[in-house]
Design a protein around this ligand. Structure first.
Ligand SMILES: N[C@@H](CCC(=O)N[C@@H](CS)C(=O)NCC(=O)O)C(=O)O
Length: 225
């Protein structure tokens, strides 16, 4: 307990950044920047809002004008929205390759991330992220199969081009953006084969993802009756 307090105090003293996130088990948009910042060793403090609390909206609005998490608080302002947060830290820590270094490849990575950020709604609605769960059935939303096919196609093209181990070679913002999809595929038994299966396994087993998964498990255990 004391060690945890000292650690969070130390992080706070080292950094002006606070990432506001929702529940680890279900908040897919929170996972994305948390994973990227953690994987790249950006120092930040955290604030968590339980999105199931009756006053969740008021709690979020105390941090973020959009009323949504994630939000990144800096010394002078708040940046809401997962993709804007990634762009901010990528600019602020240029020595860390959140995006591929080569411009053409970076353009491709941004397209892949934007497609996730603005799309795949049927998959997101039918298969809400639930990190600890397995064996769930997708909801009846139309278009889920098309989303799954497109994600498989996109991952396959990226991996064929980069040679792996991640979508653009080294772990990048793109992998952080698709990490919730990796979790959904697992929870809803959506099959992957060959390189795609290996890729999903690498994301699932990434140390930063392991830390978020452990947090999700603790959170679910603490909420159990
Ligand atoms: N486009 C936003 C989406 C954020 C979002 O939908 N966040 C959800 C949690 S995963 C939220 O804050 N929900 C709370 C609410 O709707 O009241 C982003 O990329 O950050």
């Amino acid at each position: 307990m004391l060690a945890r307090f000292v650690r969070s105090r130390t992080v706070r003293l080292m950094s002006d950044l606070t990432l506001v996130v929702g529940n680890a088990n279900t908040s897919s948009w929170s996972l994305r920047p948390w994973l990227a910042l953690t994987a790249f060793g950006v120092p930040f403090a955290e604030a968590t809002v339980n999105l199931r609390a009756s006053d969740a909206k008021a709690q979020i609005l105390a941090h973020s004008p959009s009323g949504l998490v994630p939000a990144l608080k800096t010394a002078s302002l708040t940046i809401w929205d997962s993709l804007a947060i990634i762009e901010y830290v990528a600019e602020r820590f240029p020595e860390k390759a959140f995006w591929p270094r080569e411009r053409e490849v970076r353009g491709l990575a941004r397209a892949v991330v934007s497609e996730m950020h603005s799309g795949f709604r049927p998959l997101r609605v039918a298969c809400p992220m639930n990190i600890v769960a397995t064996g769930l059935a997708p909801g009846p939303e139309e278009g889920v199969e098309a989303d799954i096919a497109r994600i498989r196609e996109s991952w396959a093209a990226c991996l064929a081009r980069s040679g792996g181990p991640f979508l653009f070679g080294a772990f990048s913002a793109a992998d952080a953006f698709y990490a919730p999809v990796v979790s959904r595929f697992r929870t809803y038994g959506i099959g992957l084969e060959g390189e795609l299966r290996a890729y999903a396994g690498r994301v699932w087993d990434h140390p930063a993802m392991g830390a978020w998964r452990a947090r999700a498990a603790r959170e679910v255990a603490a909420a159990a009756p």
